[in-house]
Design a protein around this ligand. Sequence first.
Ligand code: A3P
Length: 302
Amino acid sequence: MELDYHPEVQDVTIRRPQLKLQEGVSFPAWVADNWETVKNFQAKPDDLLIATYPKSGTTWIQEIVDLINQNGDVKMCKRAAVYERIPFLEFFMSPFPTGIELIEKMASPRVMKTHLPIQLVPKSFWEQDCKIILVARNAKDCLVSYFHFNRMTESMPEPGTWSEFIQKFMEGRVSWGSWYDHVKGWWEAKNKHRILFLFYEDVKENPRREILKVAEFMEKVLEEDAIEKIVHHSSFEVMKGNPMVNYTTIPMTFMDQNISRFMRKGEVGDWKNHFTVSQNEDFDEHYERQMGHSSLKFRNVL
Ligand code: A3P
């Protein structure tokens, strides 16, 4: 794939965006301001969409999906950075090519990612009955990861302090809105469309089992040798050192990995190192009100 943008250019200036409401959901201005283009995106029947709330293991699943598509051929998966191999549908940040520009240059079958809540997914995905892989991660780890990500990237609004960010997250005043609405929306729709619903915690617990689920959903049969390569190359330790997935190809002015690494910890339960006892009690009480009636249950949240 030809790249329009050369990551070695390190001098791009990025200004943190404001949050803007679009159809009742908070987005960075660069999504909200390009809403009509996103809404009118034309999906094709063999497109595969990876959908997540931010910081739920998107990059991880992107790499797994590409490794499956390439039959475990690691060299092929290093042909370009992950955000070029599997573009971000609603990405519009100059001077980078937009997600849709990258998608439109791809040969089918195309794979792309989105963070959109289900009600805002462009309607062509439903008309074309596209397959979708949804990955959800428990709220507390997601929140912690999102806080550090907001600190390190100028593509997100200022996170404020840790305790301010917890409040914003609980109220859905963060990019892509409410985690609670996002995961519940996708969960409720999972049997009405071709959706594979995965949990970050399950992939962490047994990557091989979850990789095989993804491969089956993609209708790919993998030899044992390929499965082993995929398990190995999608592990946190290997991905952390792979510039094609660890976002070190992005200019420092866009993501400052001295503040926090993109591949930060990759663990379940890191929230325990961040929440105070009283923050945790407040969060749990609010969580129960938001999620108590849902059949969607996450592990490792208590
Ligand atoms: P942490 O900040 O908790 O480390 P996304 O790709 O949706 O932005 O999610 C990023 C989160 O997924 C980060 O979480 C990152 O470390 C984690 N992650 C990325 N690759 C991973 C892997 N191979 N195994 C486990 N976690 C991974």
